[in-house]
Write a protein that binds this ligand. Structure first.
Ligand code: SF4
Ligand code: SF4
Length: 443
């Protein structure tokens, strides 16, 4: 465990970008309009792709399972509207890669979700909770989209003793987790308790950055009388919310390269995922909608929206009053780890935490220059990698060298690019290197 200059828990490395959270942090979550059409990608998770369970012309109900796979590492998808399947087709997803989608035309009148009367929350067994997480299609909603039931099934020889709620939300601009804590503290606590039950862990920690002290206060009240739960305040620094940094800062445990948090007895779950587990167990609700932040100087009314999965970016931007100023960049996700969009047509998925519209005055994109060997990227890398060396290896197509310099350990936080005076887009090179390494291994 390490304390920063402020005395709060933190990690070594990292950066302090302008946070800009004030644009949306005071905006209560509102429901986004149900779009005329949703495009639900069949696979929104890390793992085996789903097969469609419906065909063109089929009627579907709100929350109906429409795509699934037999594979263990997978998560089914559900319809986010009541409507009719228009087609199953390929669209360009938010990453730029093709995504097979079930396109559903929404009915004019949408039903409310019917909550199914469930059991008492503390009566679920660990096995039942894993099955519920799987059936509801739960994935990590901080962006990684790893199936939750898989995380809840750690190797038998690696028992989990601590569940950490990642409530750090360290990416600039994003405020959806912050709002969820302010507005649904007790559902988050219930979700955390279910995670403890599912894993057999004895201790639950909610880690929150010191720029959300109102959430710290509310969550501390919400865990009153729960001796196994605690709220920890963390230094404001990016990427404090990266799993390995979070675990190290809160527990002092170090996850070895290439290993998962279960290696050191930890399970990390995002705020949205914990609340979604509560909703699945208490109400029988699958993951067909999520809270996300639509913000940036290019958005007329920055907002936190509860939006249906599969809603096109364009509809959510429109729900926030549209674009203002001179648009320079539209991003799905946060400004550090998000994906720049060529247009506003991609649908949001379970892992989409934000949509940003940045204007020309805040986008400082110089042209890439030669490395000046200043070493700044090395100083800030929280994984202690040599990002400049990985870039060089990727430029030369030397995938073995890129791997040797740790390309596979890079979790694409973007600290190196942020700090680089030569405007080198390290993360682009790292992604290229990862693909090159994988292709070389396939032979
Ligand atoms: S090399 Fe990877 S982990 Fe290190 S700062 Fe750059 S993006 Fe982050
Ligand atoms: S920060 Fe940029 S210029 Fe400096 S060493 Fe790293 S890659 Fe080179």
């Amino acid at each position: 465990m390490m304390a920063g200059k402020t005395g709060y828990k933190t990690f070594k490395g990292g950066i302090h970008p302008p946070y800009k959270k004030e644009l949306a942090s005071a905006k209560a979550i509102v429901e986004a309009p149900v779009p005329h059409e949703v495009l639900i990608p069949l696979s929104q998770h890390i793992g085996a792709p789903n097969d469609p369970l419906v065909s063109q012309g089929d009627r579907v109900g709100l929350g109906q399972k429409i795509g699934a796979s037999e594979a263990f590492v997978s998560a089914p998808v559900h319809s986010s509207v009541a409507g009719t399947v228009k087609e199953i087709t390929e669209v360009t997803g938010f990453t730029g890669a093709p995504a097979k989608c079930i396109v559903i035309t929404s009915d004019a009148n949408q039903p409310d979700f019917e909550r199914k009367p469930g059991k008492e929350l503390d009566s679920f067994s660990d096995e039942e909770l894993r099955a519920i997480a799987r059936e509801a299609g739960l994935v990590g909603m901080g962006g990684a989209a790893f199936p939750t039931h898989v995380k809840l099934t750690p190797p038998k020889d690696k028992p989990v003793d601590m569940v950490i709620i990642n409530a750090v939300e360290c990416e600039p601009y994003l405020t959806c987790d912050h709002r969820t804590m302010l507005e649904r503290p007790s559902d988050l606590v219930q979700g955390l308790k279910l995670l403890l039950k599912a894993t057999g862990a004895k201790k639950g920690i909610i880690g929150i950055e010191a720029n959300k002290m109102d959430a710290v206060d509310i969550m501390r009240s919400a865990i009153a009388g729960e001796p196994d739960l605690s709220v920890e305040v963390m230094e404001v620094k990016y990427p404090e919310g990266a799993e390995k940094m979070l675990i190290s800062a809160l527990t002092g445990r170090k996850v070895p390269p290439g290993k998962l948090p279960s290696e050191v007895g930890c399970l990390v779950q995002n705020v949205g995922t914990a609340v979604a587990l509560f909703e699945a167990a208490a109400w029988g609700k699958p993951l067909y909608e999520r809270v996300l932040t639509v913000t940036g100087p290019g958005i007329k009314e920055p907002s936190n929206l509860l939006a249906r999965i599969g809603t096109p970016v364009s509809a959510l931007v429109e729900a926030c009053g549209g674009i203002v100023g001179e648009p320079a960049r539209l991003i799905v996700g946060g400004p550090m780890t998000g994906w720049a969009q060529p247009d506003d047509s991609a649908p949001i998925v379970k892992g989409t935490s934000g949509i940003l519209a940045l204007t020309a005055d805040v986008v400082d994109v110089g042209s890439e220059e030669e490395c000046v060997r200043c070493g700044k990227c090395v100083d800030v890398c929280p994984m202690f990698l040599l990002p400049n060396f990985i870039v060089q290896a990727a430029k030369n197509g030397q995938w073995d060298r890129a791997e040797m310099w740790g390309a596979l350990d890079c979790f694409e936080c973007g600290c190196c690019s942020f700090t680089c005076p030569a405007y080198i887009p390290h993360v682009d090179y790292v992604r290229e290197a990862k693909a090159g390494i994988a292709a070389a291994k396939r032979g």
